[in-house]
Design a protein around this ligand. Structure first.
Ligand code: SAM
Length: 209
């Protein structure tokens, strides 16, 4: 399965011309618990750069559910990683993916999604689905390409993360990735989702003080 060919077929869904490299995969998956039997959800696994790193870290523990919208990526990934529960579904439908498996929430969500290619409302829907899937101790990790960092969709993503998590840590730039990327580590999800209009009021209030 050619990542580039899928990008040509569906540039906005695939969102990158090449899969992430091992350095980014290591950094993005570092929040996957190193002990116990965690439920780990991976969103947008593509050809499996993060999948392999998560499997390596889990070393047979817990559950690994990978949610992929592209049917060809999903099919190939399931063949290459029989220990992973690969689901051909939309990340926005995470609640039903978990419910179908008798699970309410996940301990860690790792995203390979192309947030910068998502429209505002859709970005919000997927983020809400992620937060709803996380308990208080849950973690969410995602990344953004450095060259898109200041573009409106990437700034919107960061605002969305900060309004939904008490802690958002921007890691060091992973220069070894092509293109270089930044990893966002998010902890302590807000129990009550913040509505976008409320988000605006908060920003205005903060600016006044
Ligand atoms: C930028 S690629 C990243 C692939 C892989 N995680 C990596 O880092 O190499 C984005 C992936 O997200 C998938 N994707 C895009 N929108 C999605 C959605 N709404 N739900 C699930 N997967 C989605 C694409 O099909 C693609 O496989």
């Amino acid at each position: 399965m050619s990542f580039f060919l899928e990008f040509i077929r569906s540039p906005l869904t695939v969102g990158a011309v090449a899969p992430s490299g091992p350095a980014l995969a290591r950094t993005v998956t570092a929040a996957v618990p190193a002990t116990g039997s965690p439920v780990v959800v991976e969103l947008g696994p593509g050809t499996g750069s993060f999948t392999a790193a998560i499997q390596h870290r889990l070393a047979g523990r817990g559950r690994h559910i990978a949610v992929e919208l592209n049917p060809r990526f999903a099919r190939d990934l399931a063949v290459r990683h029989p220990a992973v529960d690969v689901v051909h579904a939309d990340a926005a439908d995470l609640a039903s993916v978990l419910a179908q498996r008798g699970l309410g929430q996940a301990d860690a969500v790792v995203s390979g999604l192309p947030w910068a290619a998502f429209a505002e409302e859709y970005q919000r829907d997927v983020l809400s689905a992620v937060v709803a899937a996380l308990p208080a101790h849950g973690t969410f990790t995602t990344f953004a390409y450095v060259h898109t960092r200041w573009a409106p969709p990437a700034r919107r993503l960061l605002r969305g993360l900060r309004s939904r998590f008490d802690e958002v840590v921007i890691g060091r730039t992973v220069w070894a990735n092509l293109p270089p990327a930044l990893v966002y580590g998010c902890r302590r999800p807000n129990v009550v989702p913040v509505r976008p209009d409320v988000e605006e009021i908060r920003l205005v209030t903060a600016a006044r003080h």
